[in-house]
Design a protein around this ligand. Structure first.
Ligand SMILES: Cc1cc2nc3c(=O)[nH]c(=O)nc-3n(C[C@H](O)[C@H](O)[C@H](O)COP(=O)(O)OP(=O)(O)OC[C@H]3O[C@@H](n4cnc5c(N)ncnc54)[C@H](O)[C@@H]3O)c2cc1C
Ligand SMILES: *[C@@H]1O[C@H](CO)[C@@H](O)[C@H](O)[C@H]1NC(C)=O
Ligand SMILES: *[C@@H]1O[C@H](CO)[C@@H](O)[C@H](O)[C@H]1NC(C)=O
Ligand SMILES: *[C@@H]1O[C@H](CO)[C@@H](O)[C@H](O)[C@H]1NC(C)=O
Ligand SMILES: *[C@@H]1O[C@H](CO)[C@@H](O)[C@H](O)[C@H]1NC(C)=O
Ligand SMILES: *[C@@H]1O[C@H](CO)[C@@H](O)[C@H](O)[C@H]1NC(C)=O
Ligand SMILES: *[C@@H]1O[C@H](CO)[C@@H](O)[C@H](O)[C@H]1NC(C)=O
Ligand SMILES: *[C@@H]1O[C@H](CO)[C@@H](O)[C@H](O)[C@H]1NC(C)=O
Ligand SMILES: *[C@@H]1O[C@H](CO)[C@@H](O)[C@H](O)[C@H]1NC(C)=O
Ligand SMILES: *[C@@H]1O[C@H](CO)[C@@H](O)[C@H](O)[C@H]1NC(C)=O
Ligand SMILES: *[C@@H]1O[C@H](CO)[C@@H](O)[C@H](O)[C@H]1NC(C)=O
Ligand SMILES: *[C@@H]1O[C@H](CO)[C@@H](O)[C@H](O)[C@H]1NC(C)=O
Length: 642
């Protein structure tokens, strides 16, 4: 239905949603007449396509002149920012600025600082660590900086559009498409794979899209009920006050600074209440999107259906730039959590009730925890755990490698007493395995909002890489099965032989849980089948002090142990948002059976290749040059066969 008609019929029903867009910042749009005769800023015409071998890079003859960038900036009302990383202030040259340098020294590893910067991503390994922050060294050391590094500004996006209106986004997309310039999109910059940054790109910074409105009653296609209009850049911690104010529950990411409706939603998006309400992609009722031709469109189950299907789970940064959405809302719900732990090393610290056990008992205990996942999932809860390993610390009389386990169960909608009853048989199984745990008193939160807002926005930023794997629910149904044993053996090998700590979040977002319209989306079928999303961090650095050879060999080692996880879960895949950017056969692993349809949609909506992200659908047709064998994004982006 055309949007005018849709708005009209909705109005007749006396239900909210009377506009073709959600927020005032979306009412400021680019008009055809403003740019019709402007070859830099005119709209694209489908079907079309620039078939140049490579994207234009700064310094190329075809790179727009300063005058044309200046005219673009005027059209933007001055919202164009040159891509100068904050750490450039620490280096000799035109950007040197002592005050700005000490700011970045303080903020460099802080998720809030980096999230609020228009340019830099969380992990600058993704750009080849081009402008390291020289840190003041510890007291007593002779030098107060590390001067061996240099700052290479060319490796960052060349310009950023500080988008505060849809018109800004449209102008950016048009200018980039018409000039064959790479586009990157930054929301919070949390991306683990390097999908939100690239050398010489025009970066669209969507961070200002923060509006919110509660809708007590909407009808969108076959959905009727509570909902909320949400700006694309709202972060987890910003949602909880809205939930409390409106007396509702909205799905939200696990960590405070993660964006709720950017890459998180477009890759799937799991929450601690996902076994009850589904993934973030499942919450979406409608989307407002700027597409590769520069048009601003509405997508829902009955309008631009392909775009609506693809964006929900089919991967971020690839089909358009989302400016806002309408999402499902639910009545408030309580959350009960229960925690336990045990370890093989000497128990350090006061007040810990974590029993010390032998190696053999430790691994039995790990199996006991995971053997209860299906029951936890049937109760609409999740598991959340760490299987950690610590290198020997002779200073503390730890002469051997040790292991520790911490695990939680988090279940919405049950009381503390019910939770304690629920965990009793789990504790009995631990006791039977020789682990002297007592049934803990659960923590209880009256609402999910209260549970979520117990942490204020904070967190770290680092140059880590990791591997991940989805393990299917089917492998956990019978804890005596070969599939369950193979899963446990792989976890053990990864930690014990590999020396990597393993973290898993154990949720199940079935099609039944996804409901309408969530069940009909591009969410990875492997994610639908899974109950355990296991991640393993390589804590060795991919930072500026390492050589490409060191990074390649560190990653090869990690990958060899990740292969053990993969071999133990044949036919499964990985969750694209928390995965290795070099995931083998990423098409099958991240998208499963949806890949073919997604590729057709991608070619239809973006024949130019305006949007590109590593591991995105169609990205196999592109390669980044000059990365010394690393999967990084700083160089020129070229077609594989041009
Ligand atoms: C500390 C931490 C905790 C996490 N916790 C969870 C968790 O609990 N559950 C979970 O599922 N994942 C989690 N993740 C992973 C998370 O889903 C991804 O990092 C995700 O990419 C973050 O999206 P963002 O929009 O916040 O970040 P960004 O890095 O800004 O964007 C990520 C990707 O989305 C694209 N993008 C962003 N906004 C838009 C837009 N408006 N339109 C089009 N493309 C866009 C970007 O170009 C990029 O490719 C966590 C990550 C971190 C670092
Ligand atoms: C664009 O150019 C054409 C031909 O030169 C002219 O007829 C038309 O009026 C112009 N349109 C605008 C909006 O300037
Ligand atoms: C864009 O214009 C604004 C306002 O005139 C100015 O402050 C800003 O520096 C300009 N950006 C660039 C990249 O020149
Ligand atoms: C420390 O400073 C001295 C003298 O300036 C210099 O020779 C040396 O290389 C520096 N060391 C490091 C690690 O930067
Ligand atoms: C700076 O980065 C660009 C893009 O990655 C690269 O082509 C160039 O060689 C780098 N310059 C130096 C001095 O490393
Ligand atoms: C982005 O634009 C907003 C609104 O004009 C402005 O307040 C803000 O300072 C800008 N941010 C940056 C980093 O330029
Ligand atoms: C919040 O919603 C719940 C369930 O919908 C209702 O029982 C409760 O009374 C509401 N509370 C307030 C303060 O409106
Ligand atoms: C442990 O607790 C005791 C008694 O409260 C206290 O004296 C001691 O300092 C604590 N030790 C540590 C390492 O915290
Ligand atoms: C380590 O063990 C030695 C010998 O038993 C003991 O003297 C020392 O205090 C221990 N150190 C620590 C940190 O526990
Ligand atoms: C426990 O396992 C680790 C790693 O395999 C080993 O180094 C250590 O010696 C074992 N501890 C004991 C007491 O067997
Ligand atoms: C189990 O732990 C409790 C305290 O948490 C203790 O009282 C009890 O003696 C322990 N039992 C065994 C068999 O170690
Ligand atoms: C799985 O391991 C358990 C415990 O070690 C064992 O009892 C069971 O027979 C194993 N299952 C298979 C199919 O080997």
């Amino acid at each position: 239905m055309p949007s005018v008609l849709r708005s009209f019929s909705v109005l007749l029903l006396g239900i909210q949603l009377a506009f073709a867009y959600n927020f005032p910042y979306e009412s400021v749009q680019l008009k055809e007449s403003e740019v019709a005769n402007n070859s830099d800023m005119s709209f694209g015409k489908l079907p079309g396509g620039i078939k140049a071998k490579c994207k234009t890079f700064p310094g190329d003859a075809s790179w727009p002149s300063d005058e044309r960038w200046g005219a673009f900036n005027v059209s933007l009302g001055g919202a164009l920012i040159k891509g100068i990383p904050p750490a450039a202030a620490c280096y000799d040259g035109p950007y040197k600025d002592a005050a700005r340098c000490s700011d970045i020294q303080r903020g460099a590893s802080n998720a809030v600082y980096v999230g609020n910067d228009p340019l830099i991503p969380f992990g600058q390994w993704a750009l080849g660590n081009p402008c390291p922050v020289p840190m003041p060294s510890f007291p007593g050391s002779p030098n107060n900086t590390t001067p061996q590094f240099t700052c290479n500004i060319t490796s960052f996006p060349a310009y950023v559009v500080n988008a505060t209106t849809v018109k800004h986004v449209q102008l950016a997309v048009n200018f980039a498409r018409n000039n064959n310039i790479r586009v990157t999109i930054k929301n919070t910059g949390h991306d683990f794979l390097g999908r939100g940054t690239g050398g010489g790109a025009l970066q669209v910074w969507v961070h200002p899209f923060k509006d919110f409105e509660y809708l007590p009653s909407v009808q969108i296609a076959d959905y009727e009920g509570q909902a909320a209009r949400v700006g694309a850049a709202l972060q987890q911690y910003e949602l909880f006050p809205y939930m409390e104010e409106s007396n509702i529950t909205l799905l939200a990411p696990g960590s405070p600074t993660v964006g709720a409706y950017g890459g998180f939603m477009q890759g799937g998006g799991f929450s601690y209440i996902t076994s009850k309400f589904g993934l973030m992609a499942d919450q979406i009722l409608s989307l407002e999107v700027v597409t590769a031709d520069g048009r601003f469109v509405h997508a829902d189950p009955t309008e631009n259906e392909d775009l609506f299907w693809a964006i929900r789970g089919g991967g971020p940064s690839n089909y358009g730039i989302v400016t806002s959405a309408v999402v499902k809302a639910y009545p408030p719900i309580s959350v009960a959590t229960s925690s336990l732990g045990f370890q093989t090393g000497p128990v350090l610290g006061n007040g810990t009730t974590s029993p010390q056990v032998s190696n053999a008992t430790f691994w039995k205990g790990v199996s006991v925890y995971f053997s209860h996942l299906v029951r936890v999932n049937d109760a609409k809860g999740i598991g959340w755990n760490n299987v950690n390993t610590q290198a020997p610390m002779p200073l503390f009389n730890r002469t051997e490698r040790t292991f520790s386990f911490t695990g939680d169960f988090r279940i919405p909608g049950i009381s503390a007493a019910e939770m304690k009853t629920f965990t009793a048989p789990i504790i009995q199984d631990f006791n039977a395995a020789g682990i002297n745990l007592t049934n803990p008193d659960p923590a209880f939160y009256e609402t999910y909002a209260k549970y979520g807002s117990r942490n204020s926005p904070s967190g770290g930023v680092g140059n880590r890489r990791f591997a991940s794997r989805l393990f299917p629910r089917a492998a956990f149904v019978d804890p005596l099965s070969a599939a369950f044993n193979a899963t446990m053996a792989a976890v053990r090998a990864f930690v014990e032989e590999g020396g990597y700590s393993l973290h898993s979040v154990d949720y199940h977002a079935s099609l039944a849980t996804a409901g309408y319209p969530g069940a009909n989306s591009a969410v990875n079928p492997h994610l639908r089948a899974a109950i355990m999303h296991a991640t393993g961090f390589d804590t060795s650095s991919y930072g500026p002090e390492t050589t490409p050879e060191q990074q390649i060999s560190s990653h090869a080692r990690l990958n060899a142990y990740a292969n053990k996880l993969r071999e133990a879960s044949p036919g499964s895949g990985a969750y694209m948002n928390e995965a290795d950017t070099e995931e083998p056969d990423f098409q099958e692993s991240f998208y499963g059976a949806n890949y073919g349809r997604l590729l057709r949609i991608k070619k239809g909506v973006d024949p130019w290749g305006v949007f590109y992200a590593v591991t995105a659908v169609g990205s196999e047709e592109w390669v980044v040059e000059g990365t010394q064998g690393l999967p990084t994004q700083q160089g020129r982006l070229c077609r594989v066969d041009g």
